[in-house]
Write a new protein. Structure first.
Lengths: 499, 73
């Protein structure tokens, strides 16, 4: 199917009322949790994962994807108006957005953020649409060694890029891999590490783990800092129009941000956050007045906001074309596919065109909906912030408990949720990044199966990973990633001597 | 935050016995108290409303089977 046919097919699917409803609910919930502190897109997607069981695969993915990119829109609203990033990727937006609000340009900042997100979102989908099928076709020749190398590279690149020291990330990563080994051995089908609990033979349920790490832990973290009501800047409708000179400064930043974001999305790592930071630095560097950054520079809002939107869509490329998620958000999308019995991988686009093209088309629609939800209706979201934070956080705790319990009606899942909540809270306190853990949990079984399959293929000889050109190349890249800190240290030591 | 964690643990342990409604009421009450910001009468009204309301919403409208509690069977 070429992109034009695919797009027509996709629109014919996503305009069915149920799918239209799915994308609307997705972007609505996405905006909502983007606005609210205490729960982000990953936790919400985990919460809604059980509900998607009753939906058709494309509707499930359309809704969850809506939450994923919708949260990027919502996050900017609170960053600008209250200086509270509702979502980690919006931290950068708060730096200049809140300063603009203080100077009375809140409306302009909101408009630029929303329009920038819309442009980046739409261009991002075009990139995804053109790029994913090509990559999938290329990946058709991949065997177990190649997928093993990709999964391994994804895990380690995320650890390398997600901030903190490499060893911290590797520790979290190892913890996730250990959890992934619980349950049935994928090759011999024998139960392991189940401690005699029948329920554990199915493995640790993903949803309670993710909701503990991202829901409970986040609530505990926010609850500590919760105070009275935040002071909210009021915005009237007629203020939502940036001046011509503001547009002229913002638009190039939007396009630069889109490029930066999409690129970051393609490579493993917490792309929405990283791309926002990269875009901010880039804008500051190319700007004619870098001193304005931090004081309310409109480029500092437009660039990062566009970048985080494009990044969410770039991150969907490896997920849809290879079946390998590089971010916790896309890991949730992959989990949704697997629950539905849709086999992710390079054949997904060919075998389930309804899922691929349905989601692509729904994203065009979703971005239009988000623009409407976030600009004329910004007042509603600001009102929601006036719900007392204690009530909100208490409700989120209850919802995560209910979400975890109702999957299997099992108290064990609740226990997992609580333990993971505590683990996530502690890791956050000591400033460890938790995303490697989620990714390790999702990629763990794949890593193990492909590794053992590869060894079977070559009669137990591990040289197969190096002999095959693509996996050899990828593992070489991995080695480079590992040696990078060492190379940097050597270069840094040399430099002063040369001076 | 220890209070909230203990409340969650209490919810898990109490759930099979007292059922969702009462366990959730207690949980919400402790959470509201721990985070702060509400007056006492408001806290009690909110926690009872959310505790019993969520039981009704989930079991009647969403078709889940949250425990009623073996003490009330």
């Amino acid at each position: 199917m070429n992109p034009i046919e695919g797009l027509f097919y996709g629109f014919s699917l996503s305009l069915i009322p149920t799918n239209l409803f799915a994308v609307f609910i997705g972007v609505l919930v996405g905006t909502l949790i983007g606005v609210l502190p205490g729960i982000g897109p990953v936790g919400t997607m985990a919460l809604l994962l059980p509900i998607t069981l009753k939906m058709r695969p494309e509707a499930a993915l359309i809704m969850l994807a809506g939450i994923y990119y919708g949260a990027m829109y919502g996050g900017s609203t609170t960053s600008i108006l209250v200086n509270v990033p509702g979502e980690a990727a919006s931290v950068v937006t708060a730096m200049d957005g809140y300063q603009m609000a203080k100077k009375g340009r809140a409306g302009a900042a909101l408009a630029v953020a929303a329009v920038g997100s819309f442009i980046a979102g739409t261009l991002g989908v075009i990139g995804l649409m053109l790029f994913a099928p090509t990559l999938a076709k290329f990946a058709l020749s991949f065997g177990p060694p190649e997928f093993f190398a990709i999964a391994l590279l994804g895990l380690f690149a995320l650890s390398q890029l997600s901030g903190g020291s490499l060893w911290q990330s590797l520790l979290v990563l190892a913890l996730g891999l250990v959890l992934a080994t619980i349950g049935m051995d994928p090759v011999s089908s024998l139960p392991r590490y189940t401690f005699g609990l029948t329920q554990l033979t199915q493995g640790i349920e993903l949803v309670p783990v993710v909701m503990g790490l991202y829901g409970i832990a986040e609530v505990l973290f926010v609850a500590e800092q919760a105070g009275g009501l935040p002071r909210i800047t009021r915005v009237r409708f007629h203020e939502l129009f940036p001046s011509l000179s503001e547009w002229r400064r913002a638009l190039p930043a939007v396009f630069r941000g889109t490029g930066v974001g999409f690129f970051w999305g393609l490579i493993p790592g917490p792309s929405p956050i990283l791309s926002a930071f990269t875009s901010y630095k880039l804008e500051k560097r190319v700007s004619k007045h870098p001193d304005e950054f931090g004081q309310g520079a409109i480029e500092g809002v437009a660039g990062p906001e566009s970048a985080n939107n494009a990044a969410t869509e770039g991150a969907m490329v490896p997920m849809l074309s290879l079946g390998v998620p590089f971010t916790p958000g896309t890991a949730m999308l992959l989990a949704a596919l697997m629950i539905q019995g849709v086999q992710p991988g390079p054949l997904l686009i060919a075998e389930h065109p309804e899922v691929f093209w349905g989601v692509i088309a729904s994203m065009y629609i979703g971005n239009v909906m988000l623009l409407i939800l976030n600009l004329p209706m910004v007042g509603i979201w600001v009102k929601i912030l006036q719900i007392p934070q204690s009530v909100l956080l208490a409700l989120i705790i209850l919802l995560t408990l209910l979400g975890a319990y109702t999957i299997n009606n099992s108290l064990l899942d609740l226990g997992v949720l609580l333990v993971m909540g505590i683990v996530g809270y502690i890791l956050r306190k000591v400033q460890f990044d938790i995303s490697p853990m989620v990714l390790a949990l999702v990629l763990g079984p794949m890593l193990e199966t492909t590794f053992r399959q590869s060894l079977f293929l070559n009669r137990g000889d591990p040289l197969i990973f190096i002999e095959r050109p693509i996996s050899g190349f990828l593992l070489g890249v991995l080695l480079f990633f590992f040696l990078l800190p060492l190379i940097r240290r050597v270069v840094a030591k040399r430099r002063p001597q040369n001076l | 935050m220890a209070a909230i964690l203990v409340a969650i643990l209490a919810y898990i342990l109490l759930l099979p016995y007292v059922g969702h409604s009462i366990a959730a009421t207690l949980l919400i009450l402790v959470a509201l108290q721990a985070i702060g910001g509400q007056r006492w009468p408001m806290k009690i009204v909110l926690s009872v409303a959310i505790g019993f309301g969520s039981y009704y919403l989930f079991n009647t409208l969403l078709g889940t089977t949250l425990p009623r509690g073996i003490w009330f069977e």
